[in-house]
Every structure is written in C-alpha cells, then in structure tokens.
Design a protein around this ligand. Structure first.
Ligand code: MEV
Length: 447
C-alpha cells in the first residue's frame, strides 16, 4: 500500500527519538533537534521510572505533567484528611480546601457506602422459543456460576465473587436480542479483568450448553454471542455523603451583607434549578466531577468510568438532573448526594504508579469503600464551593484571581510584579491584554 507523507507503517517500532523526528518533519515542520529537546525536558531523570511510565501506554514520546495538589482540613466521619488532587483547572483545589475548612467547624462530612455491586453483561442473539430459553437459563444458572470457579476462587477468599445473574429479554427492541446481566462483588479491586473473564466464560458456557441440549432445535442452537463486557453503569455501587448544620451556623456572607437565612434559601434554590433544568444540571454536575475526577486520578483510578457512570445515574429517572440535593427545613441546612463510584485500591495503576501509591498512603491506605467515601466528600465540597460562590460573589471573583496568577506566570512576572498586579487588579477586570499592558508600564517605570 502506498503511503502519503503523513502516513507511516511501523510507527510503534521506531524508538522515541525517531518518532519525534518523524513528527517534527511531517506535522510540526520544525527543527527535529529542537522538538526532541523540548519533549526530552519532560522525561524522567531516572531511566527506570521513565520505563515504568512508558509501560502504561503506547507510542509514548514524553510525559504530560499535570499539577498534583492537596486539599487539607477534610473532616470525614470524624477523621481528618489531607486529600491529594490531580487537576489542571485552577481554583479546583482552592475551592475544595475552602469548603473543607468551612465544614471543619460545622461537623464535617458524614458519609456511608450503601452498596458495592458491580455489573457485567453477555449480549447474545437467540432465534427461537423464549420460554424454552428462560427455563433453560434458570436450570443452568448455578452451573454457570460454578463454571467460573477457576477465576473466582481468589476473589471469593477475599469476600467477593459472582453475586447473581439474570436473563433479560430485549427482543422487543432488537430482534432476537437477549442479555445475561451478572452482578459481582470485587471488594477492594476495580475488578475489570475479573468481571470480563467471568463474562466471556459465561457466554461460552451458555452457547455450548444450548448447542449440546436436545430441547433446542437447530435454529435455536445457533446462539451468537455478540459481546461480553462489564458495564460502567453501577447504580448499586453507591455512596452517600452529606453536610448539615443549623442555618445560623452558616455565618454571614460578605457579599451584600447576605444573612445565613438568605444564603440557605438561595443555595437551595440554586440546587433545585439544577434538579429541573438539564442545561444547569450539566454544569452543576461538572463542578462535582471537578472534585471527584481529581481524587480518582490522584489514586490511579479510571476517571472516564466514574464520569460515565455519574452522568448515566444523573438521568436515571429519564431526565438529567443534579446529582446533589439540598433541603432547608426546621432551621437546618442539609446538603447531600448519593453517587455511584466504582473504584479500587488494589491492582491496576493504584500500586504501579508511584504517585498513586503515595496518594493512597496519604489517605491512610484506605480500602475501596473508604476511598469511595473520601472521593464523594470531595465532590460534595467542590459543589458546595461552586454554589456558594455563584449565589454570593459570583464565580468570576475567584476564577479571576487564579486567572491573574496564571497570566502573570506566563509573562514571567517576578514576586514584586505579582504583588503589585494583585493589588492593582483586586477591583478591575482581568484579561491577558490588560495584564500585559500593566506589566509593560510597570517594567518601563522600573527601567
Ligand atoms: C467550573 O469548572 C465549575 C462550575 O461551573 C460549576 C458550577 O457552575 O456549579 C463553577
């Protein structure tokens, strides 16, 4: 096959330097030596550490640094945590820290894992008598479970395994389509490999057993397994988190001398808006996920899985809604959330990535349930901080402070310039051009 200049065969076989040279020539149109130098700046000094990172993915050229920060002062079920957060978004860690400090003196976060079931599916096509299939499935269900004993033994020793399974008829939506939905307990591991291995065996066993059984005719024996894979939707892997205090304990708010009472009702209104309007709900939940994803990332877990699940859960009753809820009642402000979070604290990147390992150490090496609780608290804290800003000073005040810091850094401002810029812009609109103009004038004066 002929390749044009931007196409290549065997890219993965090139070494790092040659990969970078090829990209510099064909996509960046830049000096390959310069490009190599730039990428190499982010290589790990320690060759072994770099090898480890390269092993996590394919065709790696370099590392992509993202800030690793700490939100201290989280009081969670009476224990205090300093929580690692990995995020590139300015003000996320600051917002979580502020909310943590706010609730520190108001009882902290109360949280509890409600359920820990994970889900997997075998999707298959069966042309034939439905009743026969359902009867057969109920007869072989226990045997199907036993057929994966070689996979489940270790998991069972740790308290997990296959919990249950059911046959679901989807043939009214897609011709001849049925599904085995299986439920698993994976204890402290995320359990993706465990679940997928069990599912593939269930699919094979089902097809073999139908083929070998004389109850089925030839058409019925022709079962087709379409796919076997875990579901990232885990509505029975739920953690509850809440904060509450007497309204007057909320304190007063600088903005327009807002009273605790006014704040409580306005806050509740803001959450209710996100419960009825999907446009607002999406942004509201994005704020929650700012916190959740950061801790999921810091602990080496799969943030795409947690994200996907949260959003499906947010529309479980047919309308996409806010994940959190708020009620002001009998003089008490209560803010809470129930959320599915399927994560692990053993296996995968949790023990391989040196910083994920450190994150877990910082959190006292929690089991998966405890980590679910911690993550949920950060999500609620993040949401509290966002709604508090939105309903009082507005989001730009805080964002602009961080924005200013970033712009100053990008313009290589020294400490003195940063101090002067911060006081100058305390009551002015921040933009790249206004900061540049300010710095230019300041630097002109100094020279
Ligand atoms: C920004 O990353 C997140 C917020 O927009 C969340 C919200 O609006 O609730 C501030």
């Amino acid at each position: 096959m002929e390749l044009n200049e931007k196409e290549i065969a065997g890219f993965s076989k090139l070494n790092k330097r040659d990969k970078i040279y090829w990209l510099a020539k064909n996509f960046l149109y830049a000096n390959p030596v310069e490009v190599l130098k730039e990428f190499a700046e982010y290589w790990h000094d320690n060759i072994e550490s770099q090898k480890l990172l390269d092993g996590f993915s394919e065709n790696t050229l370099t590392n992509f640094p993202v800030p690793f920060g700490i939100a201290p002062n989280f009081k969670i079920n009476e224990s205090i945590y300093a929580i690692p957060m990995v995020t590139e978004e300015s003000s996320v860690v600051a917002a979580a820290s502020n909310a943590a400090k706010f609730w520190l003196s108001r009882g902290g976060f109360k949280t509890e894992v409600i359920s820990t079931k994970k889900v997997g599916q075998v999707h298959f096509i069966y042309h034939g008598d439905k009743a026969k299939l359902f009867k057969f499935f109920s007869e072989i269900k226990d045997d199907l479970k036993k057929s994966v004993q070689h996979i489940t033994t270790k998991m069972e020793e740790r308290g997990g395994g296959v919990v249950d399974m059911e046959l679901i008829d989807f043939s009214m939506l897609e011709p001849d389509y049925y599904q085995i939905r299986a439920y698993f307990e994976t204890v402290d591991s995320m359990g993706a490999n465990f679940i997928n291995s069990c599912l593939e065996e269930f699919g094979k066993q089902l097809a073999d057993r139908v083929r070998q059984n004389t109850v089925f005719n030839d058409t019925e024996k022709d079962i087709e397994i379409v796919m076997s894979i875990l579901s990232n939707y885990t509505p029975d892997c739920i953690v509850h988190v809440e904060v509450s205090c007497k309204i007057e304990e909320l304190g007063t708010f600088d903005y327009g001398n807002m009273s605790a009472e006014e704040f409580a009702w306005k806050f509740q209104r803001a959450v209710n808006i996100a419960r009825i309007d999907p446009y607002r709900a999406t942004t509201h939940n994005k704020g929650i996920m700012n916190g959740i994803d950061s801790v999921v990332m810091a602990t080496g877990n799969d943030f795409r899985a947690v994200e996907a699940c949260a959003h499906t859960y947010a529309c479980r009753d047919g309308v996409y809604r806010s994940l959190s809820e708020c009620k002001v009642e009998n003089g008490v402000f209560r803010f809470w959330m129930n959320l599915p979070i399927a994560i692990g604290t053993v296996g995968g990147l949790t023990s391989l990535h040196p910083l994920a390992k450190r994150s877990l150490e910082l959190l006292g090496n929690p089991n998966a349930k405890k980590l679910m609780e911690i993550i949920a608290c950060v999500g609620l804290a993040q949401n509290f901080a966002a709604i508090r800003s939105l309903t009082t000073v507005g989001i730009q005040a805080g964002h602009m402070k961080m924005h200013l810091t970033n712009i100053l850094a990008s313009m290589q401002a020294n400490d003195e310039e940063v101090g002067k810029a911060k006081s100058y812009f305390s009551d002015k609109v921040v933009s790249v051009s206004s900061v540049r103009e300010f710095l230019e004038k300041l630097r002109l004066k100094t020279t």
